[in-house]
Write a protein that binds this ligand. Sequence first.
Ligand SMILES: *[C@@H]1O[C@H](CO)[C@@H](O)[C@H](O)[C@H]1NC(C)=O
Ligand SMILES: *[C@@H]1O[C@H](CO)[C@@H](O)[C@H](O)[C@H]1NC(C)=O
Ligand SMILES: *[C@@H]1O[C@H](CO)[C@@H](O)[C@H](O)[C@H]1NC(C)=O
Ligand SMILES: *[C@@H]1O[C@H](CO)[C@@H](O)[C@H](O)[C@H]1NC(C)=O
Length: 545
Amino acid sequence: MNKYSRILCILVLLLGTKAYPIEGANILGIFGTHSPSHVIVHMAVMKTLADRGHNITVVTQMKPKLAPHENITVILAPPTPEREQFIKEYMAEASNEKPSLWKTMAKAVIQSGIQLEGQYEFMMHPNLKKIYENPQSKFDLVFLGAMANDFQLGIAAKLRCPVIITWVGVPLPFMDSIVGNVNDPSYVPSVNVALETGKRTMGFSLRFGNLLKHSFLSTINKLLNFKMNQFYERAFGNESDSEFPTYYEMKRRVSLLFYNYHAPSEGPIRPTVPQSIEIGGIQVKEKPTPLPEELSEFLDNANDGAIFFSLGTNVDTNTIRPEIVDTLYKVFSKVPQRVVWKWENLQNKPGNSSNIYFSNWLPQDDILAHPNTRLFVTHAGKGGVAEAQFHGVPMVALPLFGDQQGNAEIMVRSGFGRWLDILTVTPEELEESILDVLHNPVYREAIGKFSSLYRDRPLTARESVVYWTEYVLRHQGAYHLQSPLIHMDFVARNNIDVYGAVLILLLATCWLLLVIFQWLFRKVFRVVRGQNYRKRVKHEKLKDN
Ligand SMILES: *[C@@H]1O[C@H](CO)[C@@H](O)[C@H](O)[C@H]1NC(C)=O
Ligand SMILES: *[C@@H]1O[C@H](CO)[C@@H](O)[C@H](O)[C@H]1NC(C)=O
Ligand SMILES: *[C@@H]1O[C@H](CO)[C@@H](O)[C@H](O)[C@H]1NC(C)=O
Ligand SMILES: *[C@@H]1O[C@H](CO)[C@@H](O)[C@H](O)[C@H]1NC(C)=O
């Protein structure tokens, strides 16, 4: 063998070992959520991997708004018409109610049965079932978008491959418990709990509320697990394979948790295990795509700057009450800035003001990246807030429901803008807030500082996704990253057996000491009595003499 062929041989060997299975892995994404904003985050993860050359298959309930990609196959498993109707009504109802987290949570609990049933239907959809029931299916990895659907982990069990869970925000107790993150309510804020501006810790009242919320969510988590187990049994209880993992075993076989959060900038720092990977801002493009021509021209010529208004993807603006639309239009048609307004029904616009551009679908991220965009009027969905933060655009928030009010509060406390109650806001209040955020430099400075922290990290969000996904592929699930905690039962993880043993030892020692003392006491007593007796005898003898 000559020198060159030897080098070639080594090269082939090196490439060969490196190539399997990292390049062109077959990856299945299961995203059964009804929320387009969740799908956006999950699809951003998938697109990152597809760009890298992996072969991605995605199953969703709704068609993702994503340009076709040669390495992504999208398979739809849509909900039944009755369920679709139900979801629509639920969203419309929610958007006209006063936002209250407790109410939203209570509702979520009451309707959790329906939610789980919907996720079960999705999993049983023939288009999805065809994939995991087919013995020819060959996947290297499954991604599961978390959404009260843990029983869908059974799909990874059927396909015999590792699974990564993706989540769209800061982990809730539902996800923390899967990987074993410390979720100590004394310093880890629960959902929608924000530190006061400039404070590093929670004061008494915040901690009090935080403990309540934390306990509530943890209890829900335990109850949900029972239900999830039932659904898992219903779906996979018939498996003939006696090795088929149980629901609780599958929960201990999760390789990683990806979550859309960046603690150093979003704060506060929370203790996490190596198995949970921050991919905060994954849906934010590192480089904006050119805008459609008409929109691009509209923004380029906005000499006084532009305002972008969107209530997100979940809410059809047609279902917002007409008074609210009037208020918004009154203000937006008056300002010198140009306004880009997300509006569904273009046949029936609120008005024809020349400074407003209506469109039913807008590339939010690219609009926020435009240098003329000065203000974002938003419903404060997690995704939109993150994009505005990334691009350093201050906000006026009009939260509607769910976690939006909490996002808005956090945003305001961070000094990135203001928030208003969309149900009661007057045109004067809205105008005042908009002008304040446009003209007072504190908002832009605060969000600019955040933006620089957000971008400064060892791996970008996209690089993290690629690195850690391939890490799982290279190390067959990378289960060595798991915290011992998730493999321990209640007694062991709380050290109850050890404390019990210590207690028994202490009790035994006490008892032993007691016995010894009693014995000694008796002995001494007897000796003393004996001496007294002898003394008395001696005394009497002396007397006799
Ligand atoms: C698709 O994957 C191949 C490798 O499998 C890669 O060469 C190609 O660049 C990928 N396509 C895109 C658009 O990223
Ligand atoms: C990529 O995935 C699609 C859809 O699952 C599948 O049909 C195709 O065979 C896969 N391609 C490769 C090269 O594995
Ligand atoms: C499991 O078996 C029972 C009884 O044979 C049947 O009624 C049920 O539909 C099966 N479940 C699934 C998910 O196949
Ligand atoms: C806007 O202009 C269109 C066409 O000119 C007209 O039909 C519509 O009624 C106008 N809308 C309002 C609110 O003035």
